[in-house]
Ligand binder design. Structure first.
Ligand SMILES: Cc1ncc(COP(=O)(O)O)c(C=O)c1O
Length: 358
């Protein structure tokens, strides 16, 4: 007899994006489109800020909730960008990535056996984190009507049980590129309030928006509609807007009691995000708008180029995404997306994320 891995750990599904990526990483010359990152490196001024932070002594432990100066910088960010007032001392936790924010949030709202509603197709880490909390993910599909994805409120209503504790949605969406309208956010919030659920909004693609009046107009945050007493949690990240995927830096915003508990739990997970990275993140927030605008022009061109190329291909249909940097095409006759992506990788060295992963 030998000790076994816990059954609850074995129940956590593996990521089929990673599965494809592992194959691709063993090959040379692959066009890597499977992960949610562009090929742009972190801007120089942010890298320099991290070097300076190290030289200035930001190499020690910080507060579990993150550096107060970064939380203040985020407070300014929400004021200026969204007109939302937040308390840097009680409504933020800086995390070591968006996915760690998701992990903390889900850990704080679910007990074993609870149920979580998830709008899908979605990045698989939400459902996997629900499984890591020994809870049950209930997927509610977003139907496509014309060329826009919708929220199926009737299906959400029908899925609520006495064990339902939360609803997770992602806007802008990975992989759909769907951006929730203010009216849709209002309905989700009303639904969550009526059923006494936590509403978790994954807003990591907030800045990758192609529909605003200006190039870098953010998508509306749920924090504009919710009060500070609402059971709302926003998941955020420095990864996408500032090309900082490898840094592992994010944050969450939530009601004070949730933030207090998430801060405490953070001690036992990673204690806090890396100190010098947090310091550099302040610089990203302060000086990042110009590079963000430049990147968005490029991302929009890329989106339009890929849309035009795909729409010329027979059997391929693809709605136009309003945000994020993904296309989610349907390919007539392809019934196994993993097999399709694997063959594409082997034959052409183009690495895509298989739709089944979502
Ligand atoms: C929807 C969504 N949320 C969160 C994340 C997490 O980003 P990170 O952990 O790099 O901050 C990603 C990354 O791809 C994502 O697609």
């Amino acid at each position: 007899m030998t000790p076994r891995v816990a059954a609850s750990a074995l129940r956590v599904p593996h990521s089929r994006i990673r599965e494809l990526a592992e194959i691709a990483m063993s090959m040379d010359g692959v066009l890597k489109l499977y992960f949610g990152e562009s090929n742009l490196p972190t801007p120089e001024f942010i890298k320099r800020a991290a070097q300076k932070a190290m030289a200035d002594g930001y190499t020690f432990y910080t507060e579990n909730a993150g550096l107060p100066s970064l939380r203040k910088a985020l407070t300014r960010y929400y004021q200026e960008l969204h007109g939302v007032e937040l308390d840097p001392a009680g409504e933020f936790v800086i995390t070591a990535s968006g996915v760690q924010a998701l992990n903390l949030a889900i850990r704080c709202v679910l007990d074993p056996g609870d149920e979580a509603l998830l709008l899908t197709p979605a990045w698989p880490n939400g459902a996997a984190n629900v499984a890591m909390a020994n809870a049950v993910a209930v997927e509610i599909a977003q139907p496509l009507a014309g060329d826009r994805y919708q929220i199926d409120l009737a299906a959400l209503e029908a899925a609520v049980t006495p064990r339902t504790r939360m609803l997770l949605y992602t806007s802008p969406s990975n992989p759909l590129g769907w951006v929730a309208t203010v009216e849709e956010q209002r309905r989700l919030l009303e639904f969550a309030r009526r059923h006494n659920l936590w509403l978790i909004a994954d807003e990591v693609y907030e800045r990758l928006n192609y529909t605003g009046p200006r190039t870098a107009s953010p998508t509306p945050t749920i924090l504009r509609l919710a009060t500070r007493d609402d059971a709302v949690i926003v998941i955020q990240s420095f990864s996408k807007a500032y090309c900082m995927t490898g840094w592992r830096l994010g944050w969450l915003v939530a009601r004070r009691d949730l933030v207090a508990r998430a801060t405490q739990l953070n001690e036992f997970v990673v204690s806090h995000a890396p100190s010098f990275g947090q310091r550099a993140a302040e610089t990203a927030l302060l000086w990042g708008e110009n590079t963000l605008c430049e990147m968005l022009v490029r991302l929009k061109d890329n989106r339009d180029f890929c849309l035009a190329a795909l729409s010329k291909m027979p059997g391929v249909t693809v709605p136009k995404p309003d945000g994020a940097f993904y296309l989610f095409p349907k390919i007539a006759g392809a019934s196994d997306s993993f097999d399709f992506c694997k063959r594409l990788l082997m034959d052409t060295k183009v690495g895509l994320a298989p739709g089944v992963a979502f």
